[in-house]
Design a protein around this ligand. Structure first.
Ligand code: DMJ
Length: 669
């Protein structure tokens, strides 16, 4: 209110005072309004950003739904050659798929901060709806090709290209299952597929770990094989030799792809295209390691993307390994020189023997390489190994770890499901799975071997823990390698895929071994498991010798958690995986990547300064999958090689990408 005026007060002064008072009032109100406004904007931005990140998660799922081979198949076949009833059923399923997509339609968000992300989202939705619209197109006669350097779509990028069926063979869409369904997934024991949902929070944590591992490798060791996080330099003195083969890139790239880390994936692809070659170097490579990491990694990337680059590189690497197979028996040597082709075995390996887990872990990659290149040579090489192993006499039905490639005779009679033996058994089961269960010989050899192992090597400790011992001649060594912890998952997968006399036992032992490996973790103060652990009256699931107490970021225990989770949906496997994530973060994480530990039994263990390539390829991949739902790499469509590179199952997976023509055997070279 204005003060009363006297006649002597100049009117102008009064007017001025009134003006100032009004001005102050207006300014105050405006300021308050502005503060509120900026709060509202900030709030809107937060809502938008939260909503975008939630929606991004949804988009990933949406695109998995759309890109899922089963759904692609449904789309392709909705109007294509089915009987009336089947067609109706497919159309109904397709309808559900579309409804699912509509439910994921995102709310309109107008805050400025969301615009860039929303543009991405809109493109993704557009691509997703185009993918839906291919439903009436007939399947193409050849696989989709991508030109070199073409941006091959990630799972989250809304791949709209129709996918081929597997080489013209009938692709049966796997049915969904529940407790009352007939035995599944392939005629084995029932399992509960009432599907675990995604645990976003935990899965996102694993993605962050992958980003940390990758970015530091990129910063300090790009193009080299592995990273030394403590000294922030490359790790070269390793199984890959001194050459810069980018082992971490090739091994980790499919994990980036699965996680939808597009920028990082493209960096890796670009490096492979420009730099990766084994020409003009004279490296002495391990046939086994090179196969499982490099050939396996490239094959998975080819299956995922159809990018010819990866097929060429896989073949390039495999060709460099071929001289190792030039032995009187066809059992390959362990090492081969990439320039001279000269091959040899390790001096320490039982009188010049080759190693079972090495020459017995080539089958999946070589068989698949033949199918996608149309060159039968690779499959012939591993079939020869198979025949030697099938025909040779097996002491007590077991396979010793050493075989002489010249004489075809066993070396020392040491048997193990850990070091030197492990993945041979894995590849018997998985060769059968990969073939769409047509390679019956492999399944028979698997069952025979595992039944002998159950009888001669699997034992129960006084405290009730199931473990698998090593066997040396006739003596059991009551010790289990960390490496053997993969066998929990292997036994369970064997049970889940065929109903036979051993099914229940396989599942019981698979669960038991997985539990024991978990015990080996939680009995250590770091909550991480040692390299080997022993069983006696005095100790159980504990390392005794100093050289057994280290942990090098190995994946095998988490691999079994993942397989058992998929087969049982028992929450404890996810809980155990999360315990491991926390332990890795607490003890293995450094500002510049992840290290192994020298002694898991110390409260503050020393770190080993190596970020293994398999940490990115396997450890983080299995943990990521553990917190994903079952539609991400379903086990009835994908089979994991021993380095966790998933390969498609023939006849069940539209990503198989079989070559249209196969060369006759005699023309193969
Ligand atoms: C990996 O390279 C493979 O899993 C292999 O089969 C065994 N060892 C490592 C991981 O521990």
């Amino acid at each position: 209110m204005c003060p009363k005026t006297s006649k002597t007060t100049p009117l102008l002064l009064i007017a001025g005072i009134c003006f100032v008072i009004i001005l102050v009032g207006i300014t105050g109100i405006t300021l308050i309004n502005n503060i509120n406004l900026s709060n509202i904007i900030r709030l809107n931005e937060k809502v938008a950003s939260d909503s975008v990140s939630n929606n991004e998660n949804q988009i990933k799922e949406l695109n998995y739904v759309n890109n899922h081979p089963r759904n692609v198949y449904l789309k392709l076949n909705a109007s294509n050659g089915d009987s009336g009833e089947e067609k109706m059923q497919r159309e109904q399923e397709l309808q559900e798929l579309q409804e699912q997509q509509e439910q994921l339609e995102l709310p309109k968000i107008s805050a400025v901060i969301g615009v860039r992300k929303l543009k991405v989202r809109d493109n993704q939705l557009k691509a997703a709806s185009e993918a839906i619209s291919v439903q009436t197109s007939p399947p193409p006669s050849s696989p989709p090709s991508t030109s070199p350097g073409d941006s091959t779509p990630l799972p989250s990028a809304g791949d709209s290209s129709p996918l081929p069926s597997s080489g013209g063979s009938t692709v049966s869409p796997p049915s969904s299952v529940d407790e009352d369904s007939p035995p599944l997934p392939f005629g084995g024991v029932k399992y509960n597929a009432s599907s675990g949902l995604i645990d976003y929070e935990k899965r996102n944590q694993v993605v962050k770990m992958m980003e940390h591992a990758w970015h530091n490798y990129k910063l300090y060791a790009w193009g080299k094989n592995e990273l030394r996080p403590l000294s922030q330099r490359p790790h070269s003195a390793s199984i890959f030799g001194a050459y810069d083969l980018g082992a971490t890139i090739v091994d980790g790239l499919d994990t980036l792809y699965i996680m939808g880390l597009e920028k990082e994936y493209r960096e890796g692809r670009d490096w492979i295209e420009r730099k990766f070659s084994l020409d003009n170097i004279s490296a002495e490579l391990s046939v086994f390691e090179t196969n499982i990491r490099f050939v396996g990694g490239m094959l998975t990337l080819y299956a995922f993307t159809g990018d010819a680059l990866y097929k060429e590189k896989a073949q390039h690497v495999a060709d460099k390994l071929l001289p190792a197979f030039q032995t009187p028996t066809g059992i390959p040597y362990a090492l081969v020189n990439t320039k001279t082709g000269v091959a040899k075995n390790y001096g320490w390996a039982s009188g010049g023997s080759s190693i079972l887990s090495e020459f017995g872990t080539l089958h999946l990659e070589f068989a698949y390489l033949s199918d996608i290149t149309g060159n039968p040579l690779y499959r012939e090489r591993v079939q020869t190994i198979r025949q030697v192993l099938k025909e040779i006499e097996k002491p007590k039905g077991l396979y010793p770890n050493f075989l002489n490639p010249k004489t075809g005779k066993w070396g020392q009679l040491h048997m193990s499901l850990g070091a030197l033996g492990d993945s041979y058994y894995e590849y018997l089961l998985k060769a059968w799975l990969q073939s769409g269960q047509t390679d019956e010989e492999a399944r028979e050899m698997y069952d025979e071997a595992m039944v002998a192992i159950l009888d001669k090597m699997v034992r129960t400790s006084p405290g009730g823990l199931t473990y698998v011992s090593d066997l040396k001649f006739d003596r059991l060594e009551h010790k289990m390698d960390h490496l053997a912890c993969f066998s929990g998952g292997l036994f369970a997968l064997g049970a889940a895929t065929r109903q036979n006399d051993y099914t229940d036992k396989y599942m019981e032992v698979g669960k038991g071994i997985t539990n024991t490996c978990h015990e080996s973790y939680i009995r250590a103060p770091t909550q991480l498991g040692p390299e080997a652990f022993r069983f006696s009256e005095a100790v159980e699931a504990r390392a005794l010798r100093s050289q057994e107490k280290y942990y090098i970021l190995r994946p095998e225990t988490f691999e079994s958690y993942f397989v058992l989770w998929r087969l049982t949906h028992d929450q404890k496997y996810r809980d155990w995986g999360w315990e491991a994530v926390l332990a890795l973060e607490k003890h293995c994480r450094t500002p510049h990547g992840y290290c192994g530990l020298r002694n898991v039994y110390q409260q503050e263990p020393q770190k080993d300064d190596v970020q293994q390539s398999f940490f990115l390829a396997e450890t983080l991949k299995y943990l990521y999958l553990l917190f994903s739902d079952d539609s991400v790499l379903p086990l009835d469509e994908w089979v994991f090689n021993t380095e966790a590179h998933p390969l498609p199952i023939k006849g069940a997976n539209a990503y198989y990408r079989q070559a249209p023509v196969t060369l006759p055997a005699s023309n193969a070279s």
